[in-house]
Design a protein around this ligand. Structure first.
Ligand code: NAG
Length: 380
């Protein structure tokens, strides 16, 4: 009789506390979650609710990633294995985890990503691989990830960007590559999806020579897409992509160099690129230094007039009032904008000093989100 009571009590306790070290709750979208942070596990403990969609195991002792071990959770959405000891990811024979959308493998022991590393989870939209020791990537490392929007490869040892690495990623929106050992970017690297709205390429030893002509042009074409981050704060900063070599260019923003400085014509032995393409005119862009930042006093979107001798396209970053009337008259709580001002094209004679500019696009960078609009450039 006594034994019976003890067993009943034990059973009751087990139901109430679920699995030792794990907390059952829900994520912000009400997905059932098991939070087993720093619980000392090296494998998935038994007893977890199989309806769980979010499994958190940061700072545990996982020393391998077994895709099939997660198959017991048929609706698994997110797996967090940050700060474990996973040394490799193995391609699987098929899509074992078709519902998996978010995979966090930051701060593990990964050194390489073989072809098709993530074939087990083709539905990934976010993949975090930061703070590993990844040095080798292949063209096909991310093949099959047609829905991937966020890829974090920051703080690894990547030296070479594979030419076709981005080709399997038509949905990519955010690419973190800062703090690696990248010196060059292959020509046409972004050709598959030309515009990637959030790019982080700072803290790499960019080698400023002819081989960077493509990146130099890309920086100019998409200068509002380059960011740096400090914790949760992101800041637009195209000048964060800096030369590391040659020595006399160390610390120079790549975008500030003219093509002719990156690739002097005397250096014809290293001239790259398709000679049938016309050379891009470099005199059309002159970047203002930060001291020359313009203060826009008119609400936008609207036309404003600046007096400038600068020709063509330029970027102006400015501080606005803390509360600014946005497009539809809605108030935004935003204090900082990056704005591209585009010259209205008119056949003005060279050297004319006063030009009209319109706000062509703006981005909200303070809140970690981005809103944009394209105000038609029609002269009012
Ligand atoms: C998981 O639990 C730990 C404490 O054990 C807590 O610090 C952490 O914020 C929790 N994670 C989430 C995403 O709620």
């Amino acid at each position: 009789m006594k034994l019976f009571i003890v067993l009943v009590l034990l059973h009751h306790v087990a139901m109430a506390t679920a699995v030792v070290g794990c907390l059952s709750d829900q994520d912000k979208d009400h997905r059932p979650r098991e939070n087993c942070t720093a619980a000392g596990y090296s494998d998935i403990p038994s007893g977890l609710d199989l309806a769980t969609k979010v499994l958190l195991f940061p700072s545990n002792q996982f020393s391998r990633l077994s895709w099939s071990s997660f198959q017991i959770f048929p609706e698994i959405y997110e797996v967090d294995l940050t700060s474990n000891q996973v040394p490799e990811v193995a391609p699987s024979g098929g899509p074992l985890l078709p519902t998996l959308s978010v995979l966090r493998l930051g701060a593990n022991l990964l050194t390489a990503l073989p072809d098709g590393s993530f074939s087990a989870c083709p539905g990934l939209t976010e993949l975090y691989l930061d703070r590993n020791a990844i040095h080798a990537l292949s063209d096909h490392a991310f093949s099959g990830l047609s829905r991937l929007e966020i890829l974090d490869l920051s703080s690894n040892h990547i030296k070479v960007l594979p030419q076709l690495m981005l080709h399997p990623l038509p949905a990519i929106e955010t690419l973190f590559l800062e703090n690696n050992m990248i010196q060059e970017m292959p020509d046409d690297w972004f050709s598959q999806k030309e515009e990637v709205p959030y790019l982080y390429l700072s803290a790499n030893p960019w080698s400023c020579s002819c081989s960077l002509l493509y990146l130099r042009r890309y920086l100019e074409d998409y200068e509002f897409n380059f960011y740096v981050r400090e914790g949760p704060i992101i800041r637009s900063n195209v000048e964060s992509v800096e030369c590391s070599s040659p020595p006399d260019r160390k610390g120079t923003p790549v975008i500030s160099l003219e093509n002719i400085e990156l690739c002097p014509p005397t250096d014809t032995t290293h001239q790259r690129g398709d000679s049938s393409q016309p050379t891009r005119t470099t005199t059309s862009t002159i970047r203002p230094s930060s001291q020359q930042s313009a203060i826009l006093t008119t609400p936008f979107p609207t036309k404003t007039t600046m007096t400038t001798a600068m020709p063509s396209k330029r970027t102006v970053t400015f501080e606005s009032e803390p509360s600014v009337s946005m497009g539809g008259g809605e108030k935004g709580q935003v204090t900082r904008y990056s704005v591209i001002l585009r010259e209205e094209r008119g056949e003005e004679p060279e050297g004319r000093e006063e030009r009209d500019w319109v706000v062509g696009r703006w981005e909200v960078t303070q809140r970690g989100c981005k809103e944009e609009d394209k105000a038609a450039g029609g002269r009012g």
